[in-house]
Design a protein around this ligand. Sequence first.
Ligand code: ATP
Ligand code: MG
Length: 335
Amino acid sequence: MTTLSPVPTQREIVLTGDRTTGKLHLGHYVGSLKNRVQLQERYETYIMLADVQALTTHFDRPAMLAESVRQVALDYLSVGIDPEKSTIFVQSMIPEIAELTVIFSMFVTVSSLRHNPTVKHEAKERGYDDLYYGFLGYPVSQAADIAAFKASLVPAGEDQIPHIEQARKIVRRFNELYAPVLVEPEILVGERLNGLDGGSKMSKSLGNAISLDALPEEVSAQIRKAKTDPARIHKTDPGHPEICTVFGYHSIFRQEGCEEIRENCMKGRLGCAACKAMVTEAIEEVMRPVRERRELYRHREKDIDEIVMSGTAKAREAARRTMGEVRGAMGINYF
Ligand code: ATP
Ligand code: MG
């Protein structure tokens, strides 16, 4: 785990990405996208459209990948990922990642994957009991994504902590076994945003998300329905901000004034409807520039395809170089 460090002496590498399982939401923004926009100024940044990782849960619905790859690319540009500064690429178009995954899988034990708390949690959430090989192994594939670019920093949500730990172990093992050519990554953990239904993480698959392309009226309608303190029936009832989803949003999206809101809620002076109107405005501060940038890109499908294709070509070169070193380190570059 790390916090934003001072300007690095040489340009280090950031890698991160998102599963192409649908449009991105505010949870992605808070947990990772926001940090990426800052990091791209100082790091060589690779951002991956993780379509192979999407297949681990959506292999029976491949048609949605093509749509989602473009949607997520548009989301990236809308939040301020700058294609001049960041390389956006498609995971499945980098075969070197798949090669590295196979090599890594030789020395990762099944029990270490089974004990990965995020894998366990997601398997439970999805009702899997007999795990697919690809799903169980996705942290290995993720370690290959990161190692293929020699990334030293991965901005991601807290659910990714076990995966980055696993990636560190894999890289360490590789470097000890063969030669120290790979880089151990660290995670830059973003904030966690809960879903509108309270409790669980905001997630595409749980239907509790505010999509980054939501219109102002959609955002306010969704916030109006958001779960609050269930003990609060009348406006004057004392509230419990510590368990209220909406107060959680205030503390994430508001620069100042949270203490006053907390106090007024606890004393029954601020009703839920007014509190929700305030949080909607704070969220709109974030959404407005995203919406404006989306307008600029919305009808430029060809340009977006071009950005992703040239990003993928550049990323492929980098991964190819690493694979050359990997083969050299292992002595499997026979001819
Ligand atoms: P899916 O349901 O398909 O798994 P997801 O909404 O969980 O989708 P991912 O693509 O798995 O999204 O996550 C991409 C990145 O966004 C990861 O770094 C993850 O930690 C982060 N992230 C996703 N949801 C949240 C959230 N609610 N709060 C903070 N970070 C999040
Ligand atoms: Mg997820």
